[in-house]
Design a protein around this ligand. Structure first.
Ligand SMILES: [Zn+2]
Ligand SMILES: [Zn+2]
Length: 248
């Protein structure tokens, strides 16, 4: 078990190092290009102003889980029935159109530049909304088997990229996925909650943070993030926010 954990740390460390080297090389060699339209981008962000303004924003959302709402109410139906274990959700965008395509490029085709753009766009949005700054960013972990097949944890790369553009806000792989759960895509909302129950544990919380932000690429029902928040809360974290690139 210990050697598996060490192997996992080694794999993640190597993946992050590789991502950073490729990113730096690409930025040093090529001029900035908009990853959406292919035209000239802007320094530090691979997206032109026109494409950025066309990205699917969330005008109204649930205060707690970030669900898109068209009526001006504070909480969605689900949160009014039972509040989630996290305190607040800060989604960058709605999960559709170009944002959906960028997430797919990043997650399933290993396009790390698309991931970096999503992190940069989320950081801009968080700063515009004056999101409170947590003590620590914690990515949603992948089970080691999924990590080996995909090659990288997209949430860890997002946390790393967010940290880089947010003045070194620290991030740490504080959670472990101890059970390889079935993929959530085909499951109904109540099945998703049962599917992830007991799937995570806290490995270590450096500096005993009081306020953390969980980081993930896409939030769908929020069951996975809710379970991660539940174990962090049980470990004494007082405030848990959710930072996601996109809200489905
Ligand atoms: Zn563009
Ligand atoms: Zn809600």
């Amino acid at each position: 078990m210990k050697s598996q954990a060490a192997a996992l740390c080694w794999i993640e460390a190597w993946q992050l190092l590789r991502a950073m080297i490729l990113d730096r090389l690409r930025q040093a060699v090529f001029p900035p290009v908009c990853l959406v339209c292919g035209q000239t981008g802007r320094p530090l962000i691979d997206c032109c102003a026109g494409c950025e303004s066309d990205l699917p924003s969330l005008p109204g959302q649930c205060d707690r889980c970030g669900l898109e709402l068209d009526r001006s109410v504070a909480l969605c139906g689900r949160c009014s029935m039972a509040l989630p274990a996290f305190d607040s959700t800060w989604p960058g965008f709605a999960y559709r159109d170009e944002i959906e395509r960028l997430v797919q490029r990043f997650k399933f085709r290993g396009d790390l530049a698309a991931g970096r753009l999503l992190a940069n766009l989320l950081a801009l949005r968080l700063s515009k909304l004056r999101a409170p700054r947590p003590d620590l960013l914690i990515p949603v972990p992948l089970h080691r088997r999924r990590l080996l097949t995909r090659g990288f944890n997209q949430a860890a790369l997002l946390a790393h990229d967010l940290s880089a553009v947010m003045s070194g806000l620290p991030w740490f792989n504080a959670l472990r996925r101890v059970r390889n759960t079935a993929t959530q895509i085909q499951l109904p909302a109540d099945g998703r909650a049962a599917n992830v129950r007991g799937a995570f544990r806290v490995a270590r919380l450096p500096g005993r943070p009081r306020f953390v932000a969980l980081v993930d690429d896409v939030m769908t029902t929020g069951s996975t993030l809710n379970e991660c928040a539940r174990v962090l809360r049980a470990s004494g974290v007082e405030r848990i926010d959710v930072w996601v690139a996109a809200r489905a």
